[in-house]
Design a protein around this ligand. Sequence first.
Ligand code: SAM
Ligand code: SF4
Length: 326
Amino acid sequence: MLDKHERNINYMRISLTDRCNLRCRYCMPETGVDNLSHYSILSLEEMAKLVRIASELGIQKIRLTGGEPLVRRNVPQLISYIAQIPGIDDIALTTNGTLFAALAEELKTAGLNRVNFSLDSLVPEKFKYITRRGDLSKVKEAIFEALELDMHPVKINMVVIRGFNDDEIIDFVELARKYPLHVRFIEFMPVGDLLFWKQDRMMPSQDIKAYIEESYALTPQKNILGNGPARYYSLEGGEGSLGFISPMSNHFCGECNRIRLTAEGGLRGCLYDKREVNLKTALKNGSSDEEIKELFIRAIKAKPSRHHMNNGWGEENKRKMYQIGG
Ligand code: SAM
Ligand code: SF4
């Protein structure tokens, strides 16, 4: 379906939960997180029903995210529901990887096509510091398990934070050189726990790329499966590739093809637009599929032409990324 800016909306990100087993410093506060009750979030069956209705409007790609999606029980069950919906041709997952390895085979059998791992440091102590509690070895195990299971393309997302992990950029490049991994460098955004790190920590993609090119030859590549906003480059002699995601320095809103469903059934046109259409209430009230379709159309129509995140530094964004679905 086309929105009013002629963008073809065919991708829905679903937040399975606002809960997480980590507390990344830029994303969640250490304590005082008010989690949604089990009653206020959509059931897996409700999520699958909404995907079916969305698929009838042209949604073809689904990404499961959160919070940490794998802290929710029965994710393979949800994936198998979605995999059976005609018109859905791609199911992907964004995860911190800590719970992935044990579930990997089940997820794949259920129909998961691809996985993105979020990983901001390859140094165990720094990883523990930024996540406040994570165990890096679990994430590494998860990444190799995904490669083993041929869940290509396996992507690694690194949020580059000046003064914290910019000294590891080359180590991440080396991961893409040695393994068939797609490493994406993401600009730090003014969402989440802004009281922690501020604008001066944001390193523009252009600077990251220029720094890498001091040591490596990069060749622009056609986009890798996933239809995402990254610009990809192949690495001379490398197994994988590098990508740069620049929501801040070069917003990709003109190509944005996504809508977002929160765990409590709020449908959003944009991560940074606070307006939501409430689908949970519609489901509870017994609305028909046609009525729910109208609500999807309303959210898609309301999708703004672009975000204004650059104005957001210093404010505390009331709804955080882990609540909307990163
Ligand atoms: N828990 C899962 C994970 O970490 O992959 C999924 C949800 S998480 C909110 C999704 C992504 O959002 C992660 O890659 C995380 O690094 C990213 N993220 C969160 N806050 C961010 C920020 N302020 N700037 C850039 N990326 C951010
Ligand atoms: Fe959890 Fe992902 Fe946020 Fe880290 S970035 S606290 S793993 S939701």
